[in-house]
Ligand binder design. Structure first.
Ligand SMILES: Nc1ncnc2c1ncn2[C@@H]1O[C@H](COP(=O)(O)OP(=O)(O)O)[C@@H](O)[C@H]1O
Ligand SMILES: [Mg+2]
Length: 342
């Protein structure tokens, strides 16, 4: 798999993006092999269809969003990609490799990193230590080689530290680096989690609701970091997000799912006008009303931008706990989304 042809550097300037919803980047991406192919995947739990025939491809340097009401199967898609859930049917290819059947740590080591719907960090460890744990997938020495080849081990250690320090710079975590994560504001904790995923030096980054529970300022900051990750680090991203404003502003393409089934895939502008999407989000009468809506406008405008009305109270994320340990072998702490807010 290669990202060379993605043209991710040359179209980095904001003007091209402003000219249309990710068109230049998307076309460039599609000229090359996909980073990820998720093909006709089916996953059920005791009769509940979490994923029912979902297919999509993610291209180099693409920011691909998955949206849908609560329980639509978005986190399950991430759990299939990262090897936490094994689907009954379908195929998941990462470059030339089949992912289904591989263990989560193996998939992480291949270059798929993720952040969780609820923060999964070690609260008592510092920012730096949490980021160093993200390097875990790249540690090549065990205790014995560590004793025998002290020099080489030390060089590896220095390289890990250098990567971590770069991430501290990139995410502007300098002032927090020696603090235990549990003491930090919620938005900073989410950023540390992003940093932990970046520390794995992934080719593909899975972000599960990266701005959930954030205030406006934190949301804007995060949106900027996500764009920088795609454009400067040249990492492909799949983002699950409820904040429609963020999805519509950031995503190159969007997949809409409902009750495990794919509704549509397209640019933000395309999906915003899709009658089936409006039906899934807002109900039948809005879909009928939208048939008369002016082109380019969302159904009911602001209502759509602020997310699905069917969304019940925020999940506590218990379904995500099985996913803990993708990046590290020890059980990390897990808290409610707003648990860390001062
Ligand atoms: N480990 C699991 N055991 C049983 N049901 C599950 C499990 N994980 C997900 N589900 C079910 O699959 C459906 C999709 O869940 P999920 O992927 O978490 O949705 P989303 O992230 O879109 O809110 C839900 O009905 C959920 O209850
Ligand atoms: Mg979810």
């Amino acid at each position: 798999m290669t990202t060379e042809g993605a043209d991710g550097v040359s179209d980095r300037g904001g003007s091209e993006r402003d000219g249309g919803p990710g068109t230049a980047r998307r076309d460039a991406g599609q000229a090359t092999d996909p980073v990820l192919s998720f093909t006709d995947v089916h996953l059920s739990f005791a009769g509940v269809k979490a994923i029912a025939g979902v297919s999509f491809e993610v291209h180099p340097s693409e920011l691909f969003a998955v949206i849908g009401p609560n329980g639509a199967g978005k986190t399950s898609i991430f759990n299939v990609i990262s090897g936490v859930y094994r689907p009954q049917r379908g195929r998941v290819r990462f470059g030339d490799l089949d992912l289904i059947g591989r263990r989560p740590h193996e998939i992480a080591a291949l270059g798929v990193a993720r952040t969780f719907q609820n923060i999964e960090l070690f609260e008592n460890l510092t920012v730096l230590d949490n980021l160093m744990l993200g390097r875990h997938v790249h540690v090549r020495y065990g205790p014995l080689p560590a004793l025998i080849w002290l020099g080489r081990t030390r060089r590896e250690e220095l390289r890990h530290r250098a990567v971590v320090e770069d991430i501290v710079d990139f995410l502007e975590l300098e002032q927090w680096r020696r603090y235990p994560v549990g003491l930090l504001p919620y938005g900073v904790q989410k950023r540390v989690e992003l940093g932990r995923a970046l520390a794995m030096e992934p080719k593909l980054l899975l972000l599960d609701e990266p701005v959930a529970g954030m205030n406006v300022e934190e949301t804007e900051d995060t949106a900027r970091y996500v764009l920088d990750i795609r454009d400067e680090l040249d990492i492909s991203i799949i983002m699950v997000e409820h904040d429609m404003g963020v999805v519509m502003d950031l995503a190159d393409r969007v997949l809409v799912v409902d009750f495990g089934s794919p509704i549509t895939t397209g640019t933000p502008a395309e999906v915003q006008q899709d009658t089936n999407v409006i039906r899934a989000y807002l109900g039948e009468e809005h879909a009928v009303l939208n048939a008369d809506a002016r082109p380019g406008a969302g159904p009911d405008g602001s209502e759509f931008r602020h997310g699905p009305t069917r969304e019940p109270a925020r999940e506590t994320g218990s379904q995500d706990h099985s996913a803990a340990g993708v990046a590290v072998d020890v059980e990390p702490s897990s808290r409610d989304q707003r648990g860390g807010r001062p």
